[in-house]
Design a protein around this ligand. Structure first.
Ligand code: SF4
Ligand code: SF4
Length: 499
């Protein structure tokens, strides 16, 4: 059949001469995973055995200063590259091969509630235990990740860790909406007649299995292909390529590319954020809506945890409790929990409900509250990433070169004749750092405003200017709150002077 290639698939990275071949190669993912696994093991080793000073240990400097800055850049320039090279999924793959097919993940948990709860848990533990200041605890966190990924993969038939549990993956799923690449089909016609749907079902089979693609007029097969032990597992997060409309839940593993017997999967270029303008790109569920909005609010709350007013707030919550006989650590934990739950969940949930109700009233549209909130939630993705980028770029730029003396120290501790040069730091021009932060915030705010306006036009037509006001106000509130926080002195975590 002469299938027509879709316009999107004409910008297919997998068709590029060298890169395309490397990505499609059976072991292509390992090119990223093996170095990252080696790095993760190095961090765990240094975390357990190296210096207890955060600014002198790889386990704290690399994850808390560099990883987060790199991840935002990768998402904006290419896509979900961290999930693609995720070292935690290496033992997961092993578990999958070892395990007999287990049950599916419980239906009740097949949504984003657990992922949202884990994000909150990670932010809470990060602040409460000062993970950024503890190489040992950071090493334990990495070990916990490996164990959780392995256990969940061994227990369940799908890949619940990435899709429903992992907080890092959840962050990447949300913000890869702004990435310039997405998995898509080369031709829908080919998928329509595809028998095995290997992109989802996998092309792996313990014994060779002949799949018939076409039967001729005489009743005999005219086109077949064989699946066998050299094949690939299907999409772990259970995405079906012809139906993919966004990057949500896609870990960029490219298993679908390797499994498709018709070479019909493309990693296609697209306008960043294209999926945010589509009404049908994301499920209209409360968990998804709250995740998109709450993650933007959590960006503000997380940054708030590093500026002076947070200490006053925590004290005002903790002091009365200590006076009542509470232990100081428990009082601090409760204070942190209240700030996180209040600012990162309750406030966005209430404000989203209020904005959706107001929007419906002003727009005089019969759309249900859930659908209204779901329609506007994608507008919070750019401003959210702008806030996270502004925050992470601060640590990334200020501590950019700190990795050099920390590596030198690691080598010196293990016998190399080298003296760490602690004069390596990062960008010292705070005006420049502020400029980068301001640009990230402004770009996020402008893109979010544009998306809210587009959604309002789609839903309310002539009444759009009125109906979009509550959402614009909310987006503005977020951007201004972030601007205020970034104008305050922020803890320079991971820097040798402060670590
Ligand atoms: S992407 Fe490939 S395996 Fe999946 S339905 Fe289309 S042709 Fe079949
Ligand atoms: S197999 Fe699934 S998760 Fe992996 S790249 Fe394809 S669609 Fe994305």
């Amino acid at each position: 059949m002469n299938a027509q290639v879709s316009p999107a698939a004409r910008r297919d990275v997998l068709r590029l001469p060298l890169l395309g071949r490397a990505l499609k190669w059976r072991w292509g993912r390992l090119l990223l995973q093996v170095p990252l696994l080696a790095l993760a093991l190095l961090l765990v080793y240094d975390g357990f055995t190296g210096s207890a000073l955060a600014a002198q240990n790889l386990a704290t400097v690399l994850p808390w200063v560099h990883y987060r800055g790199v991840i935002v850049l990768a998402l904006l320039l290419a896509g979900n590259l961290f999930c693609m090279g995720c070292p935690f999924t290496l033992p997961r793959t092993l578990a999958k091969r070892l395990s007999s097919r287990g049950p599916r993940f419980p239906r009740l948990l097949r949504n984003k509630w657990l992922a949202l709860a884990n994000l909150l848990l990670l932010f809470f533990v990060y602040e409460w235990l000062d993970l950024w200041a503890s190489p040992l605890l950071t090493a334990w966190l990495i070990v916990t990740y490996f164990v959780a990924a392995f256990a969940l993969e061994a227990l369940f038939s799908e890949s619940p860790f990435c899709k429903y549990v992992c907080p890092l993956g959840t962050f990447n799923f949300v913000y890869s909406a702004l990435s310039p690449l997405q998995i898509t089909t080369r031709s829908h016609d080919v998928c329509r007649t595809c028998v095995g749907k290997e992109c989802l079902n996998g092309s792996y089979s313990a014994a060779p299995l002949i799949v018939i693609d076409q039967i001729g007029g005489d009743g005999q097969p005219t086109a077949t292909h064989t699946n066998g032990p050299r094949g690939t597992l299907g999409c772990g997060t259970q995405l079906f390529v012809p139906q993919i409309k966004s990057n949500m839940d896609c870990i960029f593993c490219l298993d679908c590319v390797r499994a498709c017997p018709h070479d019909n999967v493309a990693l296609a270029g697209r306008a960043p954020g294209a999926e945010l303008t589509r009404a049908d790109a994301l499920p209209k569920r409360w968990d998804m809506t709250l995740l998109l909005v709450a993650l933007a609010f959590l960006g503000v709350v997380n940054a708030f945890g590093m500026v002076p007013p947070v200490y006053d707030l925590l004290q005002s919550i903790g002091q009365p409790l200590v006076a009542l006989g509470w232990n100081a650590a428990a009082a601090e934990a409760l204070g942190l929990l209240l700030v996180l739950l209040g600012g990162g969940v309750a406030l966005p949930a209430l404000l989203t409900l209020a904005a959706a109700s107001l929007s419906r009233a002003l727009g005089q549209n019969a759309l249900a509250l859930r659908e209204t909130a779901a329609a506007f939630a994608p507008a919070f993705v750019p401003v959210g990433l702008g806030i996270w980028a502004a925050h992470y770029s601060f640590h990334f730029l200020v501590g950019f070169w700190t990795v050099i003396p920390v590596f030198q120290k690691f080598l010196a501790d293990h016998g190399a004749t080298i003296t760490p040069d602690w004069s390596w730091g990062g960008v010292t021009d705070m005006a420049l750092v502020g400029l980068v932060q301001g640009a990230a915030l402004l770009a996020g705010f402008a893109a979010s405003g544009y998306l809210a306006q587009r959604t309002a036009m789609r839903l309310y037509r002539r009444r759009a200017p009125l109906a979009m006001l509550p959402w614009l106000a909310l987006i503005l509130l977020l951007a201004l709150a972030a601007l205020w926080i970034f104008s305050l002195p922020m803890e320079m975590r991971g820097n040798v002077l402060f670590g």
